[in-house]
Design a protein around this ligand. Structure first.
Ligand SMILES: Cc1cc2nc3c(=O)[nH]c(=O)nc-3n(C[C@H](O)[C@H](O)[C@H](O)COP(=O)(O)OP(=O)(O)OC[C@H]3O[C@@H](n4cnc5c(N)ncnc54)[C@H](O)[C@@H]3O)c2cc1C
Length: 534
């Protein structure tokens, strides 16, 4: 298998001698190695916010009977001072390593979750549910109790239905389902938790054919604020079931089990194509009139990336095709014709579904077991990387002025005094197809009319100078601001963005009012709370 990029996000494999190249490496192509002293970045992380949270809740946290909680759990409780605390409190992004929860409960079953919920309610201890820990805002941590569901990570298949513990990480979900020749549509990042992904929507490489992850959700077991363990589906607690399909993680209770409709897998075509930056305007114009209107079997995304102090930015189109290699070529020829040129570099292969998910994860050469963080499973070889992100949905193609703005802002990053290992860019994901055939009110996921979504990201090496990181953050904000005239104003609730004003409308649109009613009914005292909670 030749070296190839994936789409997983910000992973690096710890062993750089591995033949695998993740998306991170693709983004780094543009980098000329930005300077930046490696000093502690904690001040710039969630540290300050964490301090405020701890101060606000110290009295309730210290007065609670933690020993009783530890005794009552089938799983186990980790407290400050325990040898594993430093690792157990980590989220995916090292920016949040300064957060200091008063306890982390590894729940062994739904009853443990109910015990935690009752404890938090009784003592007024703040709580946050945690699955994969990938919240962009660090909102699966808290000064109080983290209710961790990762011990509940089983995948059982019966016929076309899968019952999945909500602590299952995506690579384990794909692996568990692959043994039965089945899959659920989902994202690319191998260590994202199925809970956060599903509750906020779930966009992935087969979404145009099979919909969002939440569109495959048939029922959810969830522990609500009064400690009840409820099963919500189309017939029972149907309002809660509706809210759990796009209403966002952390809002309505702690989900413990999902039942998904699955689809049968067959070989899938993967492609990664690059064009010279000089062709960028033509390729963007062509991609946006091609990708959202292609047959459902074709999904693609468009990446533009640059680096502070780096050379020419890079442009890549990647994607999947559920069909033959010839069929994929036929579709791609349409893109080349619209762009007026074929790609300057090209990778295409047909492979089995699980291998495709490993490629997308950037793990094709290391396999499923190593496709985890080192403390998650023995032999895990991925590492973490800090990142800022913002998002948009676009309901109209970008005009010429919009494309010029996009290109100018990507190029601007080269002039930024950025951090060690800094990169940044934008990834557009094609929508349409099965995603848009669902009515905006049928589930809580309202974004059913977009041609494509976009994620703006900038990342750097952990420990980079805070001032340099701040420069990259400023670049990201300025880029996103410049795109206001062209974007729809909607944003993806799973790319949760603490800087976003008007988030209620941006994440939930016309569905917000119903979500607020459901919140009032199942969590009237707002036990489940965070800065952008419904
Ligand atoms: C590197 C990277 C790649 C990504 N790739 C994709 C992608 O391809 N497609 C996509 O759609 N999204 C993607 N995302 C976004 C991802 O879907 C969200 O960040 C999602 O919320 C992460 O879920 P989690 O369980 O890992 O995170 P967590 O941080 O554990 O949880 C996220 C939120 O959900 C809550 N929550 C966690 N567990 C539960 C539970 N059991 N019950 C109720 N609430 C819970 C948390 O309290 C928090 O508010 C990516 C994110 C990152 C960082």
């Amino acid at each position: 298998m030749p070296n190839q990029p994936g789409r997983s996000g910000v992973f690096t494999v710890v062993d750089t001698s591995a033949t695998n190249i993740g998306r991170r490496a693709f983004l780094g192509i543009a980098g000329a190695g930005a300077a930046g002293a490696a000093v502690l970045a904690a001040k710039h992380t969630g540290g300050a916010a964490a301090g405020r949270l701890v101060a606000a809740s110290r009295s309730t946290v210290t007065g609670a009977d933690w020993a009783a909680l530890a005794r009552d759990l089938h799983g186990h409780l980790v407290r400050p001072g325990d040898s594993s605390y430093t690792v157990d409190k980590r989220l995916f992004d090292p920016r949040f390593d300064g957060l200091r929860p008063a306890g982390i409960a590894y729940c062994g079953n739904p009853q443990d979750v109910a015990t935690c919920v009752n404890f938090a309610r009784k003592y007024g201890v703040p709580l946050a549910a945690r699955s994969g820990g990938h919240s962009y805002a660090g909102w699966s941590s808290t000064s109080g109790l983290i209710v961790d569901v990762t011990r509940m990570n089983s995948v059982h298949v019966s016929g076309t239905t899968a019952t999945v513990g909500t602590g299952t990480r995506l690579i384990d979900l794909y692996n568990g389902l692959a043994a039965h020749g089945r899959a659920v549509p989902g994202g690319s990042c191998p260590t994202v938790g199925v809970a956060g992904l599903t509750l906020g929507g779930g966009i992935g490489v087969v979404s145009r054919a099979h919909g969002l992850t939440c569109d495959s959700l048939e029922s959810v077991q969830i522990v609500t604020a009064d400690g009840s363990i409820l099963n919500a589906n189309a017939n029972k607690h149907s309002d809660l079931y509706w809210a759990c399909r796009g209403g966002g993680g952390g809002n309505f209770g702690v989900a413990t089990q999902f039942t998904f409709r699955t689809f049968a897998t067959s070989d899938i075509v993967l492609f990664f194509l690059s064009w010279p930056w000089s062709r960028a305007a033509e390729v963007i114009k062509a991609w946006q009139s091609w990708a959202p209107h292609a047959p459902d079997a074709l999904w693609s995304n468009l990446h533009l990336a640059a680096a502070p102090g780096g050379s020419t930015p890079v442009l890549q189109v990647g994607g999947t095709y559920l069909g033959s290699v010839t069929g994929a070529h036929n579709q791609l020829e349409k893109l080349y014709a619209a762009a007026g040129s074929g790609p300057s570099s090209y990778f295409l292969e047909s492979t089995n579904y699980l291998h495709a998910m490993l490629v997308e994860a950037g793990c094709s050469s290391i396999g499923v077991q190593a496709c985890h963080l080192p403390w998650q499973v023995p032999g895990g070889r991925l590492s973490r990387q800090p990142q800022y992100a913002k998002s948009d949905f676009f309901t109209k193609p970008l005009s010429n002025a919009g494309i010029a703005t996009l290109l100018r802002n990507i190029q601007n990053l080269r002039k930024v005094r950025g951090a060690n290992g800094g990169v940044g860019g934008i990834a557009f994901d094609a929508l349409g197809g099965a995603v848009n055939r669902v009515s905006p009110a049928a589930t809580a996921f309202v974004h059913r009319n977009a041609l494509f979504g976009a994620q703006y990201t900038t990342d750097w090496t952990a420990g980079a100078a805070a001032g340099r990181v701040a420069n990259q953050h400023a670049w990201l904000r300025s880029f996103w601001n410049a795109m206001r005239p062209y974007a729809s104003g909607q944003a993806y609730q799973n790319y949760i963005d603490p800087d976003l004003t008007g988030w209620r409308q941006a994440y939930y649109g016309a569905n917000y009012a119903r979500l607020a009613q459901i919140k009032a009914s199942y969590d009237p005292h707002r036990l489940f709370s965070f800065p952008q909670a419904i």
